[in-house]
Design a protein around this ligand. Structure first.
Ligand code: NAD
Ligand code: WQD
Length: 343
């Protein structure tokens, strides 16, 4: 079975993808600097899968260490999750984001090329569609009208990968544009563990549910949508992880550069998500309605046709299951990985 190097494999989406890879028989090598994750997750991944994971504490910008990893390990393909992802932090410190995400990716690609490892899956985001088209977003729609430095890093990296492929068509690259990943592994052993007050909706809701935060603020109820709140395409992180295995199968057997949306194709409003979470958890979610958050689009959801037809990928889990699994993870890990619960 192939050896897959997973950058950012200790993070939220990376860890769930490592579980799916190990369960499918792949060998996994994680490269992570743990800037937004906890090494404890490695034990959890091993516990869930009953398999060993090789891991390196390494920043992908550290050319010497990364090169050594490529030299000393047989690597057949790379899934590249490593990156910083906070929209607000990227507005305060854009250079950090350009350096970490873009320079990090260039460094990784240079070393891949040097060692003739030319199969790559890259984590992009629906944010690259910006506000020039209307949903459902399909892969042929224009990209680049992004509203923040984080989103710009994804757009620039997509362009860098396109140019790389044009210059060396022995590469086989898949760019995956994620919509809104939520949920957690059913075991409750791995999940999203944001540091500080969460920026994203689901971790905020789960922390209100367990009483860690007092109430949620719904960012605007005067959008031109079914109930006035914003609509998003929430996808279970385990479905998302499985999408990476489909992408991997494709790059292992062909050359080219392709882009795929990973979403469910269904949009739910903030109020609908709160309601579904209350049913799934049996908890009341206190909320107030506040101002719109700058940069938020009213409605974002995917056209999933291309991923279905080319990759055979279709998300399986519904919103109820996403809420149940997010809630289970949060109740078992009140402070995320900081709790260090015994396995
Ligand atoms: P995450 O922060 O949980 O995981 C990212 C991992 O990368 C972390 O473990 C972090 O320590 C590591 N990392 C960051 N910079 C690094 C560096 N320079 N060298 C080595 N490791 C580094 O985030 P996530 O939610 O799992 O997201 C994974 C990828 O998917 C990111 O690239 C993110 O931008 C992208 N993405 C996420 C979402 C989302 O909503 N979560 C949506 C679209 C795209
Ligand atoms: C979802 C909805 C908010 C928090 C972000 C990034 C995007 C991608 C995924 C990486 C919105 C509303 C939220 C709160 C709220 N990440 N909300 N109160 O903004 O769709 O996407 O994560 O690529 O690039 O921008 O996700 O979870 O922050 O918000 O009302 O406290 O919940 O307005 O409508 P978003 P989110």
């Amino acid at each position: 079975m192939s050896n897959i190097l997973v950058t950012g494999g200790a993070g939220f989406i990376g860890s769930h993808t490592c579980v799916e890879l190990l369960n499918a028989g792949y060998e996994v090598i994680i490269v992570d600097n743990f800037s937004n994750s906890n090494p404890m997750i490695l034990d959890r991944i091993e516990k869930i899968t009953n398999r060993k994971v090789k891991s390196f504490n390494c920043d992908i910008r550290d050319e010497n260490t990364l090169e050594k990893i490529f030299k000393e390990n047989k690597i057949d393909a790379v899934i590249h999750f490593a990156g910083l992802k906070s929209v607000s932090e990227s507005c305060q410190n854009p250079l950090l984001y350009f350096d970490n995400n873009i320079v990090g990716t260039i460094n990784l690609c240079k070393i891949m090329q040097k060692f003739s490892v030319k199969k790559l899956v890259f984590s992009s985001s629906a944010t690259v569609y910006g506000d020039t088209s209307l949903p459902p977003y399909n892969e042929n729609m224009p990209t680049g009208s992004v509203s923040n430095p984080y989103g710009r890093t994804k757009y620039f990296i997509e362009k860098i990968l396109e140019d790389l492929y044009k210059s060396d068509n022995k590469f086989s690259i898949i760019i995956l544009r994620y919509f809104n990943p939520i949920g957690a592994h059913e075991s409750g052993l791995i999940g999203e563990s944001p540091s500080g007050i969460p920026n994203n909706l689901m971790p905020y809701i789960t922390q209100v549910a367990i009483g860690k935060l007092d109430h949620l603020t719904v960012f605007g109820n005067d959008y031109d949508t079914k109930d006035g709140s914003c609509i998003r395409d929430y996808i279970h992180v385990v479905d998302l992880a499985k999408g990476h295995l489909k992408a991997l199968s494709k790059i292992m057997s062909s050359q080219g550069l392709d882009v795929y949306n990973l979403g469910t194709g269904k949009g739910y409003s903030v109020f609908e998500l709160i309601k579904e979470f209350e049913i799934a958890s049996g908890k009341k979610i206190n909320y107030i309605v506040g101002e719109r958050r700058s940069g938020d689009l009213p409605c974002v959801y995917a056209d999933t046709t291309k991923a279905e037809e080319d990759l055979g990928f279709k998300a399986k889990f519904d919103l109820r299951k996403m809420c149940e699994d997010s809630f289970r993870w949060q109740t078992k890990n009140i402070n995320g990985f900081e709790d260090n619960i015994t396995l």
